[in-house]
Design a binder for this molecule. Structure first.
Ligand SMILES: Nc1ncnc2c1ncn2[C@@H]1O[C@H](COP(=O)(O)OP(=O)(O)O)[C@@H](O)[C@H]1O
Ligand SMILES: [Mg+2]
Length: 336
């Protein structure tokens, strides 16, 4: 089969830290790995880097002749909000593609919306509020709090200073996020204990939960923020990067794993993810789980947490890519 591996080939960024560019480059390497896996399965795979200028990207899609697009596009021109526009473009051209549709991409990037959908489905999310302005009312939120850009992903805008313990620090960080990222800040109660990643992958018997992972924060000092910062996710060799390890989840109390699985599957479903996804939890001191982030089309680079989880389920890189393709084709051709 003829498959085009689409990714955003961004040279420049429209906003945020200059360092944010590193995150954008990783996607090209991922596209090469996916194309290689597809060729191993006998597909004719072509990689196609989409130009940062959306008008040029529109032309590239118009000229595309392919049976399936493996969609790794995370945004255009460094703007993550364009990933949903791009998925609509594929829809408008009638091109079948892997991963989540535009609605799920839009909902999950807009964290306040995703929280609303999850809460409406009865799923647990941390208490929080959207700050359009740094002096927005705090209501009954209790410190410590975490301040995140309302519409970013991949730890953009997340640093040790994101966790705030008093009102002054909160206002300062909210002001920074609102100005620098030109968007509201989402202020959430900081859920202090474990961070669990639940990777979900379509399989021959429906959606499969891969073995749970967790972030090992044991290298951090006790009184430090235990969070995945931008540096921890992307800046190889930085202190946070060295300390932030994804490990197989340690043991859970009885029933806890089943509860996480139930919530993760339901979150995947209500937000409308397809083929693969990752639901991130924080547990509080009493082990109560809260969904903090739902990731449609999570990173599937060979070394990413998703692949480590797949490996533990006995799946190779090629297997994971094949499953995503099969699932996308089942959706595109339901009768087949
Ligand atoms: N409510 C919260 N309580 C504790 N830690 C949080 C909370 N929200 C986010 N974090 C930390 O910040 C990191 C990034 O936040 P997340 O919402 O996952 O944003 P992104 O979409 O950028 O990955 C998380 O991996 C986690 O370590
Ligand atoms: Mg996250």
């Amino acid at each position: 089969m003829n498959i085009a591996v689409l990714y955003n080939d961004d040279a420049s960024l429209t906003h945020g830290d200059a360092q944010d560019a590193i995150a954008v480059q990783a996607v090209a390497e991922c596209a090469a790995a996916v194309a290689k896996a597809l060729r191993t399965h006998g597909h004719a795979a072509q990689e196609l880097g989409l130009a940062p200028d959306p008008r040029e990207a529109v032309r590239q899609v118009a000229e595309l002749r392919t049976e399936l697009a493996f969609n790794l596009v995370e945004g255009l021109g460094g703007d993550p909000r364009k990933d949903q526009a791009f998925a609509w473009l594929l829809e408008l051209h009638g091109i079948a593609y892997t991963g989540a549709g535009p609605r799920a991409l839009g909902l999950c990037l807009e964290k306040p919306l995703a929280r609303g959908v999850l809460a409406a489905a009865g799923l647990p999310v941390p208490r929080g509020a959207v700050f359009e302005r740094p002096d927005a009312p705090l209501g009954d939120l209790r410190f410590p709090l975490i301040v995140k850009p309302a519409r970013e992903d991949a730890s953009h805008g997340i640093a040790a200073e994101s966790v705030v313990r008093d009102e002054r620090a909160l206002r300062a960080r909210a002001s920074f996020v609102i100005e620098r990222y030109a968007q509201p800040a989402l202020v959430e109660e900081y859920i202090e204990a474990r961070e669990i990643n639940a990777a979900l992958l379509a399989g021959p018997r429906g959606l499969e939960l891969l073995p749970l992972s967790e972030i090992d924060y044991s290298g951090f000092a006790r009184d430090e923020a235990h969070i995945v910062t931008y540096a921890g996710k992307w800046i190889e060799g930085s202190r946070d990067w060295n300390l932030t390890q994804v490990i197989p989840a340690r043991e859970f109390a009885a029933g806890q794993r089943d509860k996480l699985e139930r919530v993760a599957r339901r979150a995947f479903e209500v937000l409308g993810l397809c083929d693969y996804g990752r639901v991130d939890f924080r547990l509080d001191a009493r082990d109560e789980p809260f969904v903090i982030d739902v990731n449609p089309n999570p990173d599937i680079s060979p070394g990413a947490g998703f692949l480590l989880a797949a490996q533990r389920a006995g799946l190779s890189y090629d297997d994971v890519i094949a499953r995503i393709v099969e699932s996308a084709l089942r959706r595109a051709h339901p009768a087949a």
